[in-house]
Design a protein around this ligand. Structure first.
Ligand code: B12
Length: 496
């Protein structure tokens, strides 16, 4: 590999895709921010970010034309890029297709790649949906982006196609903190960073299945670990290194906390890990480091990790997000959740509350094997939670009563189940390679992925109107239950 100076002044632009139009942007795109900061600080690259998710014009995303003008002006101000990296999860295919065409029009010679959830899940199949791409980067891009930048500089033939396998960064503590000032202002002077910081990361106003009895004025987000050792069948861990769990040190985390407090004046920090509480020693080490900072924070954990909660509270943790998913032992088993039953879950909630941490649960309805009685167990659990929180002076809206609909994401264990494959084939015509079990990247799969949005959405074949129902509930019962959830009448399910 040539010296680091070989990339000096290379012009690289990351473009982050819009997400969840119905909610204001409250999670800064850590992926592109980390890659851009590393390229700039360690390789002297002129790295910039266009964050299309940072705009809500009267509640809507940018239009195609507005996005076109923003990218055009960005290229004018920063110069035509040698490398453009699109970033987005599985729900951003529609935008990535559009933006790839826009970039090709504005910078015909640029080396164009895609990274993040979509690229990681579809691999080379994405070339079929986005022929403008030169490369896709799978999984963690911290090291791969360096190789990509070299190839972008040396590869003259722009018709070539590359697949880069992201690797596990040797030491997460050596990766420079994401420099949020890369989002300070866009080329039209819009203050994107301040907009993000002012939008609470969790709580009712975040509109993201998180409910909380507290508010925050200024919040930021980052992850303290990557991967997750558990194997929940519906969850896609490909972008974070699958089950290969690694965590940043307590010292490294405390440094970034200090930076965000001093530089951005935050009163809350959200560590949006898949699972924060795996490493007991790190929790112990965090207490003396974070306690003096007197900062409130929150993260995600499992309901069977209660032992860590009192120490986390002492370190300033006031919010924990739990993927409870279901209170039915049978459905929890089908999900490979590794949590036995509602008694374990109740203990987790009680221990969390006793530690002074607000516990927020998210749920999935319609998962394979679920009957109406199983769904009633989850709803009854939420009702118990409301009663229990009531005894602690918490109002009803501090409990999340939304439910995701069981959704298949390519690459998850769930999609290997014959029943799930059969239903996806019947409703969306999706075909699966019988040897690899992988979906065939054809127009049917593309149409399915274009339907993906918030996981609360009930997916239907746009032509036939037939819904995707993986549960044991008859279609009418399933649809009625979903209606009750969407209309805020959750407890009516108990009388069905
Ligand atoms: C914060 C978050 C959100 C935020 C927004 C995040 C954002 N990007 O703006 C919000 C709350 C909006 C959100 C929404 C949803 N989310 Co979410 N979210 C996350 C979460 C918890 C953290 C993301 C993060 O900061 N990661 C840390 C950074 C460092 O990782 P990264 O972004 O993946 O970047 C790395 C690589 O992907 C890669 N990379 C990323 N971009 C690029 C670009 C290039 C060019 C290259 C080379 C590499 C590269 O390199 C980076 C560094 O290693 C992840 C779980 C996780 N731990 O990642 C889930 C996750 C991404 N979300 C997920 C899902 C399913 C959703 C929802 C559909 C769920 C829902 N409830 O409705 C919605 C989408 C709604 C919609 N309409 O589109 C899944 C995605 C699954 C998938 N198949 O793609 C994840 C993985 C959780 C899970 N394990 O299931 N989410």
């Amino acid at each position: 590999m040539k010296s680091t100076y070989y990339l000096k002044d290379l012009n690289v632009v990351f473009i982050n895709m819009p997400l969840r139009e119905s909610a204001v942007p409250n999670n800064m795109p850590q992926g592109p921010l980390l890659l851009a900061t590393n390229l700039r600080d360690n390789y002297g690259v002129n790295a910039t970010i266009i964050d299309l998710n940072a705009y809500r014009i009267n509640g809507r995303h940018l239009t195609n034309d507005e996005a076109f003008c923003l990218i055009q002006q960005h290229f004018k101000v920063h110069g035509e890029p040698t490398l453009v990296g699109l970033s987005g999860m599985i729900t951003t295919l529609r935008w990535q297709e559009r933006i790839a065409r826009t970039v090709r029009e504005l910078a015909p010679d640029t080396f164009l790649i895609s990274g993040g959830g979509l690229a990681t899940e579809l691999k080379s199949g994405l070339f079929g949906f986005i022929p403008e791409l030169n490369g896709i980067v799978r999984s963690e891009g911290d090291d791969a982006i360096i190789r990509v930048a070299y190839d972008a500089k040396i590869t003259k033939d722009r018709s070539s196609k590359f697949i880069y396998e992201g690797s596990r960064p040797k030491d997460l503590n050596s990766i420079p903190f994401a420099d949020l000032s890369l989002l300070e202002k866009d080329v039209f002077g819009n203050k994107l960073l301040e907009y993000y910081i002012g939008n609470p990361i969790w709580g009712g106003s975040a509109n993201n299945s998180s409910a909380a009895p507290f508010t925050m004025k200024r919040s930021t987000n980052f992850v303290s670990s990557r991967g997750c050792p558990y194997n929940c069948a519906f969850c896609y861990r490909g972008t974070q290194g699958e089950r290969n769990y690694r965590a940043r040190s307590a010292e490294n985390l405390a440094e970034e906390f200090k930076l965000h407090i001093e530089k951005y004046g935050v009163d809350f920090i959200g560590m949006v890990d898949d699972n924060f509480a795996i490493d007991h020693k790190r929790v112990v080490d965090l207490v003396p480091l974070l306690k003096p900072l007197n900062i409130r924070w929150g993260t995600h954990a499992r309901l069977d990790e209660s032992a860590e909660f009192p120490l986390m509270a002492e370190a300033g943790c006031i919010y924990l997000g739990f993927g409870a998913e279901s209170a039915s032992p049978k459905v929890l088993k089908a999900m490979q959740k590794g949590i036995l039953n509602k008694e374990v879950m109740m203990d987790g909630i009680i221990n969390c509350e006793n530690a002074g941490i607000h516990a927020n649960c998210t749920w999935i309805m319609g998962y394979p094997t679920e009957t109406l009685d199983d769904l009633k167990m989850s709803v009854a659990f939420i009702e118990w939670q409301e009663t229990f929180y009531g005894t602690r002076g918490k109002s009803a809206d501090s409990i999340n009563k939304k439910m995701f609909t069981a959704t298949w994401y390519p690459g998850t264990e769930m999609g290997r189940q014959p029943k799930v494959q059969k239903i996806l084939h019947r409703v969306f015509g999706i075909n699966f390679n019988q040897i690899t079990g992988e979906p065939v990247c054809d127009e049917n799969l593309r149409r399915y992925i274009l339907e993906l949005d918030d996981a609360t959405k009930l997916l239907k074949n746009p032509k036939t109107g037939e819904s995707l129902n993986y549960s044991e509930m008859p279609a009418k019962v399933f649809a009625k239950a979903r209606d009750y959830i969407d209309s805020g009448e959750l407890y009516k399910i108990l009388k069905m």
